[in-house]
Design a protein around this ligand. Structure first.
Ligand SMILES: Nc1ncnc2c1ncn2[C@@H]1O[C@H](COP(=O)(O)OP(=O)(O)O)[C@@H](O)[C@H]1O
Ligand SMILES: [Mg+2]
Length: 393
């Protein structure tokens, strides 16, 4: 079905050596829409990002036309990938709902005040990831509370309980799995179209950090974010997993809400430190997930109390217990307290997460206990049910 002149090889010859945004666009002139219009002239392209041999863009079309456009997306991606100097290419097709048209998805962006949340959780009509039993988000109202450290050790805790576990780093602001799991290699492509995730400590791992450089500025906006997320879910060979843990971007803004809406989540775990300010943010996080009918599996209080690495003395420097209180007040489960401890920080930052490297230590036990509660919630049907009535704003 490739129209004459659109074959990637012919296309490749026409393209120059250097990869700039302009050259990508010039090359895309030879890729035609289903109506025969050169792709850059269709008005469906997002901004094209070409950094360091990595090219990203998305094509946004009306939901009803997605099928017809899938081949265009594939051809565009093949063509860009075949460009000399291109290491990776991500082209995503995003469906935009026409006003009044029926669509399976809630449109990105915050729901208008008073809007009823779209069906999620048990009545989930988002397509799942084949082979993946449950996807759970680890989220926090703000950055720096230890969300990624918690996500990694929770994932390892779930794996230690005998589950097959994957972890997806979707934190566009600060992807940290490459560091926390000491991953230096890039994922391989399978058959030129799908990515093979990295395996570490028994976890199947994919990070948005494998696809973007730390220096890449925050150009990941709107459909771009969703494109990358969709591809990490659907174009990675995750294999059979019982649980996929998603390290979400921190905060409760549009990007987070959109992600929460786009990933078929079974539930969300909120990480907070005990301080009042962090708790206000955590409350917003809980509210956000409830708004899109994603059940909150519970709250973890991280850096709950300080354990002196020398004498073992405990001090509640951040008025410990705030998150437990808050969870009780909001009627969501409290999953456990993780101390602020030098070992957790050192191990975490060295890519040697405690649950994997000190499985007999006290911290590993704490994370395993938390993991068991999360597993029980997933098993016991705590997740997947319609979220309770929203009680907070
Ligand atoms: N319980 C803990 N005890 C000590 N240090 C911690 C703990 N949790 C996280 N950290 C450290 O705090 C910093 C931020 O943690 P990180 O997981 O990257 O947070 P986030 O993903 O929320 O930005 C890291 O240096 C990490 O090692
Ligand atoms: Mg992080």
């Amino acid at each position: 079905m490739v129209p004459p002149g659109n074959h990637p090889i012919a296309w490749q010859k026409r393209c120059g050596m250097a990869v700039t945004k302009e050259q990508v666009l010039a090359c895309l002139q030879s890729i035609k829409s289903p109506e025969g219009i050169p792709l850059p002239d269709t008005g469906t392209l997002s901004d094209v990002v070409a950094t360091d041999g990595k090219v990203f863009f998305s094509i946004s079309v009306d939901a009803a036309q997605v099928k017809a456009w899938e081949e265009v997306r594939q051809r565009a991606e093949d063509a860009v990938r075949a460009l000399p100097g291109v290491q990776s290419a991500l082209v995503a097709l995003t469906a935009e709902r026409k006003a009044g048209a029926a669509s399976a998805r809630t449109p990105p962006g915050p729901a208008p005040a008073g809007a009823r949340p779209g069906p999620r959780g048990g009545g989930d009509n988002l397509q799942g990831v084949p082979g993946v039993e449950a996807i759970i988000a680890v989220a926090s109202g703000k950055g720096g509370v230890g969300k990624s450290t918690t996500a990694v050790n929770l994932a390892l805790g779930l794996a230690s309980l005998g589950l097959r576990v994957g972890i997806l780093d979707a934190d566009i602001y600060g992807p940290s799995l490459p560091k926390l799991l000491a991953i230096k290699e890039r994922p391989q492509t399978l058959g030129g179209t799908r990515l093979k995730p990295i395996t570490r400590y028994g976890l199947t791992v994919m990070s948005i950090g494998f696809l973007i450089d730390e220096e890449t500025p925050m150009i990941w906006r709107g459909p771009m974010v969703i494109s990358a997320l969709t591809q990490m879910l659907r174009e990675v060979e995750w294999g059979a997993l019982d649980v996929m843990v998603v390290d979400m971007p921190p905060g409760t803004g549009d990007a987070q809400l959109t992600m929460a809406q786009q990933v078929p989540l079974k539930g969300a775990v909120i990480v907070s430190t005990p301080q009042d300010l962090a708790l206000i943010d955590a409350r917003r996080g809980i509210s956000m997930f409830k708004r899109v009918n994603v059940p909150v599996l519970g709250v973890i209080e991280n850096m709950s109390y300080f354990l002196c690495p020398h004498c073992g003395t405990r001090s509640d420097i951040f008025s410990h217990g705030g998150a437990r209180h808050e969870a009780e007040r909001l009627g969501v489960p409290f999953l456990g307290e993780v101390p602020l401890h030098m070992t957790i920080r050192e191990k975490s930052d060295a890519g040697l997460p405690v649950v994997a490297t000190e499985p007999d230590g006290p911290h590993a036990k704490i994370y395993r206990d938390i993991a068991a509660k999360v597993r029980d919630q997933l098993k016991g049907g705590g997740a997947g049910r319609a979220a309770p009535k929203i009680v907070i704003e």
